[in-house]
Design a protein around this ligand. Structure first.
Ligand code: TYC
Length: 118
């Protein structure tokens, strides 16, 4: 919820401002945000070189998956070519792609992590 406050002084109303607080009125209105943020899927792509146990570690560390969830996602990527790590707002998705990619590059693995609008 976003609260907007407008203060109008006598000076702004083009009247004499004698420094009197009684000449200041405060208009308040409360606006409920009606727009939901766009969501983005973060995807892992298969490759022939990144070790399976490393992909499981990325899913645990960057995407907060349990060992069992991480193993299932890794195998789905290995078998089908692509898999969803999670769905996030733009900034969170961008940050997770960055974390997963930098973890992979640090170990010189070619793992590809991308984001895609839902
Ligand atoms: N295909 C890889 C292997 O056989 C494992 C792998 C799984 C790589 C998922 C990337 O996103 C990936 N070692």
């Amino acid at each position: 919820m976003l609260k907007m406050t407008t203060t109008i002084t006598t000076a702004e109303r083009g009247q004499n401002n004698a420094g009197d607080d009684a000449d200041t009125i405060v208009l308040s209105r409360t606006k409920t945000s009606s727009k939901k943020p766009s969501l983005y899927k973060v995807l892992l792509l298969n490759d022939d070189f990144t070790p399976m146990d490393f992909v499981v570690q990325v899913l645990e560390r960057c995407f907060n998956k349990t060992r069992e969830q991480a193993t299932a996602i890794m195998l789905a990527v290995h078998n089908t070519g692509v898999g969803v790590c999670g769905v996030y707002t733009y900034e969170v998705a961008e940050s997770k792609v960055g974390s997963a990619t930098s973890m992979a590059r640090q170990q010189q693995h070619p793992l590809q992590c991308i984001m895609e609008k839902e």
